[in-house]
Ligand binder design. Sequence first.
Ligand code: GLU
Length: 286
Amino acid sequence: MNPDNIQSKPVVTRFAPSPTGNMHIGGVRTALYNYLYARKHGGKFILRIEDTDEARNKEDAADAIIESFKWLGLEYDELYKQSDRKDIYRGHLERLVQEGKAYASSEPSKENPDVLIELIRLKNPGRVVTVNDQVCGDVSVDTTDLGDFIIARDFNSPMFHFANVVDDHDMGITHIIRAQEHLSNTPRQILIREALGFPPFIYAHIPLVLAPDRTKLSKRNGATNTLDYRDSGYLPEALLNFLALIGWNPGTEQEIFTLPELIQAFSIERVQSGGGIFNTEKLDWV
Ligand code: GLU
């Protein structure tokens, strides 16, 4: 299926950051592609803060994400926090257990084998799952080795994969455009989705943003905090223009785009599968 010529359902995309630190500049590029795709197709773009892992949440991180969106001028149509949605996850967990597709098991804790903890595991059918990815092609993985993997620590504490799938369905997401590092999570999420009885999503796993030495862009080799670019005086339009062209090309020589021009020009088909380089000289030029 060509993701650019869809389909009966209205397009809904989302950016789903975990509030574990600064708003990373690579995340802005992911958000931007989701935004451009939704706007191009007259659809909706949702911002969803994935804050179920309380131990990893950092105070103020959600605020910094929202602040970054404001500065960049990327408007979202809806905003959710997973911590407000625990009843929804619990309902689906209970249903899966009632249907015999998942089970609660008491197991010795890893940290302290004398203590029994309750975990909820999915009954894994153990088969080959194929991700039909719009950027990476068909990727098949045998999920047998995953065993009956954990989907919640208890009925009130879903794991990341579970809440992620429930929300993508519940929020009517049609296209999941996210970083390639999540491709390896996808077979697990497909098994969860199938157990829940939800129809498939369209996936596009986009290449990482790399530093000029082709390592993952990190604090070590450049500024990664989006708000640092604001504080250094960069124009949001320039930053978005620059980020759009890391990993995507319009198929023409054009290098300077306004946001409406990017919306017009963007297509998933022209997103490349290999990593894109973050080159600060290019940013300064833009
Ligand atoms: N919350 C995940 C992250 O911040 C993103 C998950 C997704 O986009 O599906 O990496």
